[in-house]
Design a protein. Structure first.
Ligand SMILES: Nc1ncnc2c1ncn2[C@@H]1O[C@H](COP(=O)(O)OP(=O)(O)OP(=O)(O)O)[C@@H](O)[C@H]1O
Ligand SMILES: [Mg+2]
Lengths: 368, 651
């Protein structure tokens, strides 16, 4: 950036400059410059029972410069670090795609590009996140806005006051970076947070003003909740001490979404400490619900091989070892069926708002 | 007349169904007549290589050139040969262009010993007349047919006699002859015979006017002469083409190949029938004397051993050995250990000369040559030589850079180089241009597993790639598949030797290719590192807010890169210092010039049309790669020699 303000570099920028130092120090000692990057895979995560979150293990991989197989990646990693540092100095946020375009060029006197497609640069950003222990948000890289919130919450976004109770049925679109420097939570008077997997069900609840009646915050991430939604839920949960309930389809994917919200994801396990909500509860749909709520078999969907495989895998995860959870998953497998939230409409269009959720809340019928 | 004869001789009355239509034995007998060889070959001219006009032109040139070289070499003279092919003047009208013409005049002039006057007519106008048939000595000609057959072809197609000028020395007169063959009698007919003034002090010139076709390319006169130059670097050859061009193939080796010695047959592998004939014809009175005297490598002791094994008396009269005795003798010979025939009867071209020839005529990156030790087939000693020229030469490689300008898109593929290797075949230094697939050399090339050496080869096909495979068979008697001397017969011993030679060449080529490939990939790797270093240093400089000694970091990183990718060795392999990589009898050509036993090419520039007197080598213009190579070659040869001995010591 042209006129970088002469201010002392922040902690994240310092970490990024550290990448250059790695190269310089190694070169000075005639050593092959090497970055050690924590391994991002199931094999390198631990479940911290006490904290209830997934933590990254200690395994690291060495990415060295003068190794034919890694040289390009090494060079690319340094380029991405450079671009991220530029964002820090300029105080800008950007998307993964823009980082790709910013770092892509043809290398001098050659026909070779630094990057050929975005698939090459995206994982490097995650590499840097884990290597430098900096959240993506801290690196100023944002995703699409893909979440919505309504309820008795007042936020400040770029100095604008946003009252989420006065935004009609559309609510406020949750930005992907909701760190305190960007979003301030001015007030929250809700009693709990309901995180809904599907946008359609969130719409139903918003339209029915469910949040007003039960004094809650309605959040959705349209599928797997993006980081902004997870982080906002975590901040509300932490800063206002209110419980979080997760409402998802009754299928292995739904269970997984719940587990990511609760314990964190395997891929970015190191972020769990800032994203996970270990006290989040699973409110539904449970494999026990069809029985309790008299849903007919014919609104269920047959589990396919992939579902079955996935469910069996979940049974093995350390964080699904609780007796209730083993029963929950086995029951689904035994029935051979999965149910979508939408299936509740079989009873009544407003069955979710009027009957299902009220009864669930009243009976405190949830899983931990 | 014949009927009455038949009647008188038929004593028995056998009723026959159709007595009139049959021909009796007597009638047939009366029709028997001697066929002169000339008559035979008039009808069977394809057997001598005159099957079509294009091939006939080549055969005429070839027969005359072969004879010229044979004669000069035998007389110990470094051959100077001038070949002139002209469109024959047609009566009055302007001659057609060479590519359209049907009549040519071929004149071949040599600086050989010349021919004595009396011998000229039979040599040029009598088939099966020559000096080479009845001896076991390596020469190009061997049958005594070649030049007279060419003359006969001229006579058949244009009716013009063969014109000869020959002079045996400065003090002798030059004789001019015009001769034709009397095909019925196979005897010469002399049309003209006179003394003339002729400038050259010595030599022979023969002129043939024939029906022919001039067409360039494969199996053309041009190709033949080029290949002659490859295998005969001691010859100075000038070719005046029918299109008016002058092509010079200057001598690069200034000494004659060693004179091949005439030998007696070697007993191994000799055919039974020939043994019987030799037993009958010998002048020896004892078996042991016959064995020791008429064969090579049979000492008195060996002769004794053979007789003992055959249970025959040493003093048995050779003429009296027939039947079982002869068979026993034959078996005993094969069972006895006998030294290989002397190799001085064949004079191989030699590795150095082959390298010179290939290097001079074929552009490439790698050349190698192998002369096998002498071997024997059917009692005839022979030597196989193999050679290779590989690559397109640095000039051409530079003109067409390997990588296309744009990187390939997905699904795009580089076009396959489907070029196949070219095989050039020689028998006693004579290029063989026809009947490739019938030739033992060709079969041996197919049977060699080129893939082992990193060369592509589909099943049953020639190896692929820019490569010329050279095979030479030198022998006192080359077993051709026909009189036209086009293909070498497929004897196991011969094919085996060829394959051994090719395998050695292949191994060296493989080594060269592997090293080059390795050097290239290391070079590429280092190049890539250099690009990446550039990027990384720039990015680091930005990260450090411009506070970075960029050049220092760059050099440091480059040093590490060099260390990690082979370092100095890569520079060496890529055409830096060092000999031809420890490959014997090889030349490696890099953009900087040739390494190894590369010849200094005298007057190479002259053949480009530049005046020969000009001190051409000093100018900076043409073929800089080759030129630089010269000085270097000399150095490299010396260096190669010294390193070779040094290496040997170390081992
Ligand atoms: N240019 C020449 N100078 C001297 N002698 C020659 C010349 N040309 C031919 N001869 C002599 O004439 C002989 C006959 O030549 P010709 O070509 O007919 O047969 P050849 O060379 O012996 O065998 P081939 O039939 O295989 O060619 C030769 O053996 C050689 O002795
Ligand atoms: Mg001849």
């Amino acid at each position: 950036m042209a006129q970088a303000k002469v201010k002392s570099p922040g902690p994240v920028e310092k970490k990024l400059v550290g990448v250059a130092d790695t190269v310089i120090v190694a070169a000075d000692k005639s050593k092959d410059p090497t970055l050690s990057i924590p391994v991002r895979s199931l094999a390198n995560v631990n479940f911290n029972e006490k904290r209830g979150i997934i933590e990254m293990g200690k395994r690291k991989q060495a990415r060295t410069f003068f190794n034919v197989g890694m040289a390009k990646k090494f060079m690319q990693t340094v380029l991405v670090a450079d671009a991220l540092a530029e964002l820090q100095r300029a105080g800008l946020t950007t998307s993964l795609r823009e980082i790709y375009y910013r770092t892509k060029h043809t290398m001098k006197d050659s026909h070779e590009n630094t990057f050929d497609n975005q698939n090459e640069s995206d994982p490097l950003i995650e590499d840097l996140e884990v290597t430098l222990a900096a959240l993506r948000e801290e690196l100023h890289v944002r995703a699409e806005n893909a979440g919505s919130i309504v309820g008795p919450v007042v936020l400040a976004d770029d100095g604008d006051r946003v009252d989420c109770a006065r935004l009609g049925k559309g609510g406020y679109s949750v930005p992907s970076i909701v760190e305190p420097e960007f979003i301030e939570i001015r007030r929250c008077t809700a009693d709990f947070i309901l995180l809904v997997e599907k946008g359609t069900q969130w719409n139903r609840l918003s339209e029915d003003k469910f949040w007003r009646r039960y004094n809650c915050v309605l959040l959705t991430g349209n599928g797997q909740p993006p980081r902004g939604v997870r982080r906002l839920a975590r901040r509300l949960h932490e800063e206002y001490k209110i419980p979080v309930y997760v409402l998802v389809d009754n299928d292995p994917w739904g269970y997984y979404i719940y587990s990511v919200v609760k314990q964190g994801s395997i891929n970015l396990a190191f972020e769990s400490q800032r994203m996970a909500i270990p006290k989040a509860k699973f409110i539904g749909l449970s494999s026990a619900d069809p029985d309790h709520y008299g849903l007919p078999r014919n609104v269920g969907i047959k589990l396919n091989d992939k579902d079955i495989g996935r469910a069996k895998e979940l049974l093995k995860y350390r964080w699904f070892q609780k007796k209730d959870w083993q029963e929950e998953i086995k029951r689904m497998l035994a029935s051979g069926l999965k149910y979508e939230l939408d299936a509740l409409a079989n009873k009544d269009f407003r069955y979710l708002t009027k009957t299902y959720l009220p009864r669930k809340l009243k009976e405190q019928d949830w899983l931990d | 007349m014949s009927t009455s004869l038949a009647k008188t001789t038929t004593t028995e009355k056998i009723p026959t169904a159709e007595p009139k239509a049959t021909v009796s034995a007597a009638e047939m007998g009366a029709r028997q007549r001697e066929i002169s060889v000339s008559e035979f070959f008039t009808k069977n001219r394809h057997l001598l290589g005159f099957d079509n006009p294009r091939k006939a032109l080549l055969t005429c040139v070839k027969e005359a050139v072969d004879n010229a070289l044979d004669a000069a070499e035998e007389a110990g003279i470094l051959p100077d040969v001038l070949v002139k092919v002209e469109v024959a003047p047609s009566n009055g009208s302007a001659p057609p262009p060479a590519s359209q013409a049907t009549r040519f005049r071929v004149t071949v002039t040599d600086n050989g010993p010349g021919i004595v006057r009396q011998q000229i007519p039979p040599i040029f106008a009598k088939l099966l007349y020559g000096s080479k048939f009845h001896r076991l000595r390596m020469s190009r000609g061997q049958q005594g047919i070649g030049i007279s057959a060419a003359g006969m072809y001229a006579q058949l197609t244009t009716g013009k006699p063969v014109q000869i000028i020959s002079r045996t020395g400065a003090r002798a007169a030059a004789h001019y002859f015009e001769v034709q063959i009397d095909t019925k009698k196979n005897e010469p007919r002399i049309f003209e015979n006179k003394k003339i003034d002729w400038k050259p002090p010595r030599g022979t010139q023969v002129t043939l006017e024939i029906e022919g076709r001039y067409q360039k390319g494969r199996a053309s006169v041009d190709e033949y002469l080029e290949q002659v130059a490859i295998a005969n670097p001691h010859v100075n050859l000038v070719y005046l083409t029918p299109e008016g061009e002058t092509r010079e193939y200057p001598r690069t080796i200034h000494e004659l190949p060693p004179q091949p010695k005439e030998i007696k047959p070697h007993p191994y592998g000799i055919e039974f029938g020939i043994l019987l004939r030799m037993l009958h014809d010998t002048k020896s009175h004892s078996l042991s004397g016959f064995l020791a005297g008429d064969f090579s490598r049979v000492s008195a002791a060996v002769a004794q051993e053979i007789c003992k094994t055959a249970k025959l008396s040493l003093n048995a009269r050779p003429r009296n050995i027939h039947g079982e005795d002869a068979e026993a003798l034959y078996k005993a010979i094969q069972a006895t250990k006998i030294m290989a025939p002397p190799s001085n009867c064949v004079s191989p071209i030699g590795e150095k000369a082959i390298l010179h020839g290939l290097y001079k005529q074929i552009k490439g990156d790698f050349y190698t040559a192998v002369t096998r030790p002498p071997s024997v087939y059917r009692g005839n000693p022979f030597v196989i030589e193999a050679g290779l020229a590989y690559g397109k030469g640095p000039e051409q490689a530079a003109a067409a850079p390997e990588a296309p300008a744009a990187p390939l898109a997905e699904g795009e593929q580089r076009e396959d180089d489907s070029e196949l290797a070219r095989v050039i075949r020689y028998a006693n230094r004579v290029p063989l241009l026809y009947q490739q697939s019938a030739c033992a050399t060709f079969k041996a090339v197919l049977e060699t597993a080129w893939r082992n050496y990193g060369i592509a080869q589909s099943k049953g096909a020639l190896p692929g790639g820019p490569m010329v495979v050279f095979v030479h068979m030198a022998s006192v008697w080359v077993p051709f598949t026909s009189e036209s001397k086009e293909a070498i017969a497929d004897y196991d011993e011969i094919r085996k030797e060829i394959k051994l030679g090719l395998q050695e060449c292949g191994r060296r080529l493989g080594m060269f290719l592997r090293r080059r490939e390795r050097a290239k990939s290391e070079f590429r790797r280092r190049n890539i590192f250099e690009l990446y270093i550039e990027e990384v240093v720039e990015a680091c400089a930005r990260l450090k807010g411009g506070k970075l000694a960029k050049e220092k970091l760059k050099t440091q990183l480059q040093k590490i890169a060099t260390k990690r990718t082979g370092g100095a060795r890569t520079d060496e392999i890529l055409g830096g210092d060092g000999g031809p990589e420890g490959l014997p009898h090889s030349i490696i050509v890099t953009p900087e010039g040739p390494e190894g036993e590369a010849p200094v090419l005298p007057g190479a520039e002259a053949s480009d049309g530049a005046p020969a007197e000009a001190p051409a080598p000093k100018t900076e213009k043409a073929a800089p790669g080759r030129r630089k190579g010269k000085a270097k070659a000399a150095r490299a040869t010396k260096a190669a020699r010294s390193t070779k001995t040094a290496k040997r010591k170390r081992r």
